[in-house]
Design a protein around this ligand. Structure first.
Ligand SMILES: [Zn+2]
Length: 418
């Protein structure tokens, strides 16, 4: 690699931007076609079709494709795109194939590719098909403008088939591509914005999904009311205790998401269930929340008046992903992007985000930075109301070029500086 290559983007900001601008029609056409393929997580066929289309888009850049079955066979296949470099040094780029929108919801809400001024509305425009297109733009620019650097590095593009339900096996797919020469895992979820500042994600909350099942004692509500131990009444008390574990100053939140129980009105109910989640940024808050939740298990305080038979409260953690903690390796990557921003006249700031991403799966293995996709908003929303109070997911078209220029410049600095 020559010093000239590393400096190229720095010295030729305008030609970099011109190159990227010239690729935008093709980038938007790729995005349009991706958005046209419904890839709701449970639409296995759609996810696989998008995977195939994505592989075709990157093939001209020299990427070979491998489709890896998800451990949950309800879901489509993960996609690994690789291009071997001359050196052992490698960089991972991470995105996902799935969206949260079932096909019926897309047609019911007429939610499809819809350009309007500088915005394009549509399912996955910013979460995360726009991010995958950002990867394509960045790699196209590197190949064209810094070919020696592009060919020196081994690139692994990792696309999760089931990111939205937090499929944990994708972490193993990523780790198989990591080694001690992995320079970074770059995650292309949407970028943030605060005033004029571009926000990159440097940590994310952890999340645990939980289930509480209360077993009481069923009884005839007329003849033997006092024999019953009412599971719903017990669950009502228990979910209030769970809700009270929320601690905003500690950024620890509990949500009771669903509740069900009982069978018919003339029975004292013998069973009731609630499900929900909790989230936290720090290990301390996460672990203390976990312990407090699990401590609610055991005999309850609702008992049968006849013999004191107590309701039993069972608490289980259904699945969990601990927080992506603040760490020095991420900070170092962030600084590279911040310096690149200075050269491009962009102010870059760090963001801690409440939602999870695949970064939660990989940050403890390799240096990780997230939020490298374009800017947009209202992800996970498909509704539009006449009064404008509901607006669906969109991406801002003009956010692609400056963000791609930032990513290209930063990647060149990262490679050149180590
Ligand atoms: Zn996403």
């Amino acid at each position: 690699m020559s010093a000239r290559d590393t400096l190229f983007a720095v010295l030729n900001v305008e030609s970099l931007k011109n190159f990227l601008q010239g690729r935008m029609p093709e980038a938007l056409e790729i995005l349009r076609q991706m958005v046209g393929i419904n890839s709701f997580t449970s639409n296995r066929e759609g996810v696989n079709r998008l995977g195939k289309f994505t592989a075709d888009c990157f093939a001209p850049l020299g990427f070979g494709a491998e489709f890896v079955p998800c451990t949950n066979d309800q879901f489509g296949k993960h996609l690994v795109l690789s291009r071997g470099g001359r050196s052992g040094r490698n960089i991972a780029m991470i995105s996902h194939l799935d969206t949260v929108f079932p096909p019926e919801e897309e047609s019911r809400n007429k939610f499809h590719w819809q350009p309007e001024g500088d915005l394009v509305y549509g399912p996955g425009t910013v979460d995360i098909k726009g991010g995958t297109v950002m990867m394509w733009l960045v790699l196209s620019a590197l190949r064209e403008l810094a070919p020696k650097v592009f060919e020196e590095i081994t690139w692994n593009l990792l696309l999760n088939a089931a990111e939205e339900p937090l499929s944990p096996d994708f972490g193993d797919v990523c780790r198989r591509c990591f080694d001690n020469q992995t320079m970074a895992a770059l995650v292309f979820e949407a970028g943030g914005r605060l005033g004029d500042d571009h926000l990159l994600v440097v940590s994310r909350k952890g999340r645990a999904a939980w289930r509480v099942v209360v077993s009481g004692r069923g009884a005839h509500a007329g003849g033997k009311h006092s024999h019953g131990a009412n599971a719903i009444v017990q669950l009502g008390k228990t979910v209030e205790r769970i809700a009270a574990l929320t601690n905003y100053p500690r950024d620890l939140t509990f949500n009771v998401g669903t509740i069900s129980g009982g069978t018919v009105g003339n029975r004292v109910p013998h069973e009731a269930t609630a499900e929900g989640e909790f989230r936290a940024f720090t290990n301390e808050a996460y672990q203390s929340g976990r312990e407090a939740l699990l401590a609610l298990a055991g005999p309850g305080d609702v008992r049968s008046p006849v013999d004191g038979h107590p309701c039993q409260v069972k608490v289980e953690i259904v699945n969990e992903r601990p927080p992506w903690l603040h760490n020095a390796l991420t900070d170092r990557l962030f600084q590279v992007w911040q310096q690149a921003g200075e050269e491009l006249g962009l102010r870059i700031s760090p963001e801690e985000r409440g939602g999870l991403s695949d970064a939660n799966l990989v940050w403890d293995a390799v240096p990780t930075l997230d939020g490298l996709g374009p800017w947009g908003d209202n992800d996970h929303c498909s509704e539009r109301s006449a009064d404008g109070s509901k607006v669906p997911e969109f991406v801002e078209v003009s956010s692609f070029v400056p963000k791609a220029a930032l990513n290209v410049t930063a990647i060149l600095k990262l490679i050149g500086g180590s």
